[in-house]
Design a protein around this ligand. Structure first.
Ligand code: AMP
Length: 213
């Protein structure tokens, strides 16, 4: 199995795909958004940046990702969910990974239409403890018990940045800063693109299984 980097607009399914890989193949999953949201509970400035939908500075995010990657053992396979988000971060990541001797990486770009993303953002809820993602607007992603996590039974909460205003900031940031990385990885020959619509969910997971081999 290869290490996986997900590139995707907000609510495209990075979290759901990651949960799937963790469950099936025991990947170590690092969601920079989840780590930052946890840190923001004790940091008002960070909380405000996250609520606005703007990107956090590289001085914060790069040491964070460097530390998590260094904490892994050679046998571990990782998922980066939310990093890199800019070309500068992608180039920095290349340096970190080559320093650690990590070569087998696939970059998976998840493609979803903007209108679908807005619907998903409005219905999304996450577990306050384990951060598993649910969607009250999509039958397949509803929790078994209302507002409770299926896995750890903790209460589900709405993310502060899951509203239309913040979504648009995050989506535009994705177009401006993250899309150029797709071309960068395509050039390097490690990019795979997966379409992720509700109707094609099973097909998307099948495709995901084949690209990580
Ligand atoms: P996510 O959970 O991936 O949607 O990320 C939520 C928020 O965390 C983003 O809107 C950014 O404010 C911040 N964030 C996550 N990853 C990064 C990153 N690689 N660089 C800068 N900010 C990030």
């Amino acid at each position: 199995m290869k290490n996986v980097i997900f590139l995707a607009p907000p609510a495209a399914g990075k979290g759901t795909f990651s949960d799937y890989l963790v469950e099936k193949f025991n990947y170590k999953h690092f969601s920079t958004g989840s780590i930052l949201r946890e840190n923001a509970q004790k940091n008002e400035k960070l909380k405000q940046i996250l609520e606005s939908g703007e990107l956090v500075e590289d001085e914060v995010i790069i040491p964070l990702i460097e530390n998590v990657l260094k904490s892994l053992s050679k046998e571990d396979k990782f998922i980066l969910d939310g990093f890199p988000r800019t070309l500068q971060q992608a180039k920095k990541l290349d340096i970190i990974l080559s320093g650690l001797g990590v070569l087998d990486v696939v970059v998976v770009s998840i493609d979803v239409e903007k209108e679908t993303l807005i619907d998903r953002v409005i219905g999304r809820k996450v577990c306050s403890k384990c951060y598993k993602s649910y969607n009250t607007n999509i039958l397949e992603f509803k929790p078994k018990v209302m507002d409770r996590c299926d896995d750890c039974q903790s209460v589900l909460i709405k993310r502060e940045d899951d509203n239309q205003k913040s979504f648009l900031v995050r989506y535009n940031t994705y177009l401006e800063s993250t899309l150029p990385i797709i071309a960068y990885y395509k050039e390097k020959g490690c990019l795979q693109v997966i379409q992720n619509t509700e109707l094609e969910q099973t097909k998307a997971l099948e495709q995901l299984r084949s690209v990580i081999k």
